[in-house]
Design a protein around this ligand. Sequence first.
Ligand code: SAM
Ligand code: SF4
Ligand code: SF4
Length: 347
Amino acid sequence: MSDHDLRPKAPQVSDMLGRPLRDLRISLTDHCNFRCVYCMPKAVFGTRYRFVDHAGLLTFEEIERLVRLFAQLGVGKLRLTGGEPLLRPHIEDLIAALVAVPGIEDIAVTTNGSLLTAKKAKALKDAGLRRVTISIDSLSDETYQAMNDVGFPVEKVLQAIDHAEAAGLPVKLNMVVRRGLNDQDIVPMAERFRHTPHVLRFIEYMDVGNMNGWRPEDVVPSREIMARIGERWPLEPLEPSRYGEVASRYGYKDGQGEIGFISSVSQPFCQTCTRARLSPEGTLYTCLFGTSGKDLRELLRGGARDDEILGTLKQVWGSREDRYSELRSLLRGRGSGQKVEMFHIGG
Ligand code: SAM
Ligand code: SF4
Ligand code: SF4
């Protein structure tokens, strides 16, 4: 990796803090077959919760049109997420269409792995998917099931990881760490995925949305996670692989693999945040912790021309000032409005 790759390319559009627009995270659905306690707690997201209905979702054609426009503004990297993105039927058709958009260099999917069969993994790879991130919070079946809260066995997500690997998809693994719930699994998880090509990333538990009952004392800071692992297997920092990368990369000194830390709470990375987010019904948000967004579906379905939508995207990004994680303690104290939920906006 040369220094050159770490500098942002000349931006087509910059926000108020000089950050270019580079990445788009697309939440394909707000539905999920899990009820992870830190994301969609069952007590809140039960049968009475109103999710976006089919007619309200952006169609694949609408998503593709928007991606073409975002690509003209400098977006080269897409992440399909949710909710659970593999619940969206024929997602591989969307991937194939997005791969063909000029300027799009990289497409990844974040999934809980529950629907990632060998057949699906191959279909995704054949469609042009570059890589997959699979969420797995524990190796203990008891803890894993307590966290997904729908009785999904950990063995099946381990199989999904194997299916992705067998299909030739590079795999990253996300583990959200919540104190008292799964922090005892930090070292076993590191041990399980050392010696494999999969990069395990430890994510600090965040105060996304309004419903997960977040408390600062439940966060296990990355430096603590790093210390627990480093005590067993010494670590060394690695260079970031790209500008705006969210995870700090570390390698085992004995050369047995790589891990990452996503420290949104203890070491916010807002200064290099180049990510926009599109919700399932086509609202554009400029921060994971956004309280309001711009309705693009209205424009798409109201007959707006490409240049009009482009103008809107430029205006929204150009007036962006978000840096929630840097201001967390200040903003939380003020009760500054309802945030959008993470499963809605895409993790
Ligand atoms: N359903 C898919 C999955 O779980 O991988 C994709 C959507 S999920 C919202 C994306 C990522 O956000 C997952 O890795 C999940 O663990 C993470 N996440 C959800 N709630 C979180 C929270 N409160 N703090 C930190 N990460 C969270
Ligand atoms: Fe669903 Fe992913 Fe949220 Fe878990 S983290 S409830 S799998 S969207
Ligand atoms: Fe980006 Fe908002 Fe997260 Fe800061 S808090 S890194 S601006 S998404």
